[in-house]
Design a protein around this ligand. Sequence first.
Ligand code: TYM
Length: 331
Amino acid sequence: METVVSGIRSTGKLHLGNYYGAVQNFVRMQQEYNCFFFIADYHSLTTHPTPDNLHGNVKQVLVEYLAAGLDPEKATLYIQSEVPEVAELYLFLNMNAYLGELERSTSFKDKVRSQPENVNAGLLTYPVLMAADILIYKATKVPVGKDQEQHLEMARTFGNRFNRLYQNDYFPEPYAFSYAKQLVKIPGLDGKGKMGKSEGEANAVYLADDVETIRKKVMRAVTDSGPSQANQEKPEVIQNLFDLMKVVSSPDTYTHFDELYNNCQIRYGDFKKQLAEDMILATAPIRERIQEIESDTAYLKKVAQLGTEKARASAARTIKEVREIIGFRSL
Ligand code: TYM
């Protein structure tokens, strides 16, 4: 059976982008594959969280994984830092990851632009740690959103380079995966691109948002002055809202508003009201379960323990073999 790995950074609550880009695939894949899903808390250190925030966010993501339907009996659910073997593989892979290729990564260049005051080495080698997360379980499928595609390419590069260096077909090639025809990119509400945690509060709708907050955020979403010609192309701000509707609403609802737009009869107020209600409906079961699960500390602890044991057993096997291949042998 093929092995699947994926993770989400513990930098706060999960938003609809995380859900539709990644977690929805996790829920389905756990039925079919040998899955490892984790909370990327090592990765979150690039943003320098306080100890309390780090701890709180790890718990939040675990709760939301479970609320979204991940089953700890089917998939291995674990916290990245509980499997320190991954840090060792990261060290080994770093020896063959080159400055030029790391600097060329789009996500690194974005960070250099957006936070010039904190361009740390962890950001530069972020794709190497991500490759270690994947290669340590010899995974071949990695459910992620569109923004992670380049990181997957780098993971293949690092794995293949290791194989060549040691003339050993040790690591298989991992590929980004989605049940949708293409990798998903969920837009934000501010009309400027993807939904993300670092794009400001108004841009993202969180799974844990209450109903009123969702309504407020959607009603405030940026629009334009409306179409003036039949069948005109939608500008990005409007296209983004239609893309969101495609994800949360029924095909009939989508077609209805698409036709109104094309006839220049659309009223954005009605359109956004419908979008908000459909978002609320689509996320209702998750929202309810978040509240149930977050108070059950004993259960969360049990889940994390079970996951750590399963993940470590597998990761330790890989590290033992990798050490042997590299030449760390007992005298
Ligand atoms: P992160 O925490 O930024 O995002 C987690 C997952 O959510 C997806 N995602 C989106 N998908 C569609 N539209 C959006 N607007 C959107 N925003 C986020 C991301 O593509 C991702 O799948 N580097 C990873 C975490 C990670 C990882 C790994 C993933 C660390 N190690 C190993 C896979 C395998 C990250 O920062 O994701």
